[in-house]
Each structure stands twice: as C-alpha cells, then as structure tokens.
Design a protein around this ligand. Sequence first.
Ligand code: OGA
Ligand code: ZN
Ligand code: ZN
Length: 358
Amino acid sequence: MLPADVPAIWLRDNCSCPDCRDPLTDQKLFQITDLPDDLGVANVRPVDGDEEGWEVVWANDGHVSRYTAEWLQRAAEPDPRTEDGKELWGTAARFADGLPETTWAAYLDDDAERLRMLQAVARLGFCLLRDVPLRDGQAQQVALSFGYVRETNYGPQFEVRVEERPNNLAFTNVAITPHTDNPYRDPVPTLQLLHCLVNEAEGGDSGLVDGFAAAAALRAQEPAAFAALTGTSVPFAFRDDTTELSAHRPLIAADPAGRVREVRFNNRSLGTLRLPAEKTEAFYAAYRAFARLLLAPERQLDFRLGPGDCLVFDNTRLLHARTAFARGGARHLQGCYADLDHLFGTIDVLKRKEAQPC
Ligand code: OGA
Ligand code: ZN
Ligand code: ZN
C-alpha cells in the first residue's frame, strides 16, 4: 500500500503521465499554481505488473497518476553532496589497505573501473589515476573524461612549479598547509585535478584532510563553535596585477537541515572580517578550534605524487597540502578545475548503462 504519510500535493506534483511531463524531455508541463487548492484522492489501487506500484485517481478531475515503489524509494535518497551521501574518514588509517586508485588505461577501457573511481570521489572525496601520460594538458583530459574544465584567471590549466614572479604561494617551493582552493570565488571550483609531471625534489609530498569529518567532529565537540562558523559569512580575497576576486561565504556551509555541505578553509586568502567585537571574538575562537581539528597530523593522509599520477579531489570537502621542497629541486604539476555536478551525472549515466547493458 502507498504509505499513509505521503501528502496528496506531493504525489500530484510528481505525476509522470504524458499530460504532466513531456515524454521526450521528461520536463514538467504545469506550474505549481495550476493544481487545485482542495486536492482530493478518489481512489488508490495497486498496479498489476512486474513492478510494485500504485494508481491514484484524483477526486477533482478524474486525473490518473501512477507511481512505482522504486520511485518512492529513490525519492528518499539523501543529497549526495552533503555529509549524508559520504563516507567520512576521520584519519588516514582508513586507507591502511591502499588508496582508491587505478591506471588511466583501466579507467578509460573499463566502465566499471571508471564508475569505481568516480564513486570514490563522490563518497571519499578523491581518487588517484596512475600512468596518465606525461604530456601537456592531461589534467584537462582527465576532467573531460567525466565533465568539463572550469577555466579561471589562472587559465584553463595552471602550472604548479617555482615561478620567477608568483601570484600565488602554490607557485613557490614553500610548504602549503591544508587548504581548499579558490575560496575567493563564488561559485567555488568544486573539483580540482593535479597531474604530476616531475617530482624529483626533496620534499614536495602531498596531504589530504577530510574537511567534512573535521566539521562533524567540531559539531559534536563544540556545537557553539560549529554554529558560529556556519552562521558567519567570511570574506576571502585574491589579487594580482590584473585580477581582483572576493567572495563572502562561511567556513562551513550546512544545508537547511544542518548537514555539512561545503568547507572553505584557506589561511592565505582569508580577508578582513569586520563584525561587532563580541561576534569577532566568537568567530576567532571557533575558527581556531576548527583549524586545530583540521591541522591535527593524524587527520592528514600523506602520500607522494610521482610522475604520471593524477589526483582528482572534491574541493568543497577535502583540504590538500604539500610539504616544502628544495629550492632548486625539479617539481612540476599541472592542475585544472572542474565541477562535481558532471562527475555525479557521469556516475548516474554509467549506472544507467550498467542496469541496461546493450
Ligand atoms: C595548488 C596546490 C599543491 C602541490 O596548486 O593548489 O595546493 O602539491 N598545490 O603543489
Ligand atoms: Zn498527470
Ligand atoms: Zn591548492
């Protein structure tokens, strides 16, 4: 039987008959205000057939709608972008048995392998592709394998190596502590890719931290600090000779149900917060508490990128870091940005193919 707590308005709004949804595009054909105020169900009966389902006849106009149990179940799935759709990993111990990784060739040749890697990004926040050819522009090719490149003022791709006149500390040999990239953009690039071409320098090791796990820990340990961070818009800023960028966003963004959905953390580009004194004190106490959690060494997964490795990671969730490297040492990564919506979309298309093999 249809669950008793399913509201009539919701069912009627989700009718999928050809009068309500265009069969070609699957897009809705009516406006919410077109539905009657006094919506009433005349009859509900089970639908015959292989699939469990129900038919609803509406009292107002005799309109008939059909619903399947599978649809009802899918509608209850949580937003996969929030912590509810993730496996949070509080410490690097989660990866004692290895990283989510495969070779570029296996990723390209095998849909199941590609799905596994994209699902690792969706659920764990990252994956590592090995043996990506040591050629210019390959980070972008990886982005194009599941979505689109997000071009920015750094270009369609950027060179992470020691520059003569850097506009970002990433383009020097100094240590870069855990951070999310480009918090001064709105919308932020939701994915980042780093493809290692050369890493012969002493140092220059990589680190990843699960920002969602740290935010959840802060909420559990210091709820007031969590509330101060989700409730405070913070200015982030970037400038160089030709660019000025700024965005006001909280360090932890929660959805309306309070579920963590986005983390921005970057000590290099935090701007000047201007709030009443009391709120400023509360914010800094909370910021420091969150930072202590994020920067705790046991939370950081340490590894080293070698030539051909391409790291793909969720820039709304994971923080990344690198250790300092010898000034004259040879180290060169190419990076680019992309977005999670297409990564999730490619997962769904691959799952659809898996369910209906041709
Ligand atoms: C970056 C960055 C890390 C590295 O380019 O955004 O943080 O390993 N680089 O050099
Ligand atoms: Zn209909
Ligand atoms: Zn970075």
